[in-house]
Design a protein around this ligand. Sequence first.
Ligand code: FES
Length: 97
Amino acid sequence: MVYRLTVYDGDQVTYIDATRGDNLLSLLRENGIPIECPCNGNVICGKCKVIATGLVGTLTDQEMAMLTPEEVEKGVRLACMTRIDGNAKVYLLHDGK
Ligand code: FES
């Protein structure tokens, strides 16, 4: 089944087809969405933060260790650790904001 990932980057909105289990960072990169990932998805840099809502995998312990309680409250995720489980929305953060 194909799901829809809606990506918001300021005023720009991009729709991406996704399947269950897709990795969010890979999807964004494959579709030309600009996102910082200097550690290449190795959960070291913490630069791939986005706000993700909808059907995404649960927050992992590795993410919890790299996010502040305020970020967790806002729905911030590490794109490299986020799995797509269905329709979802992603809001890009630039400079962590
Ligand atoms: S790409 Fe570095 S933590 Fe996700």
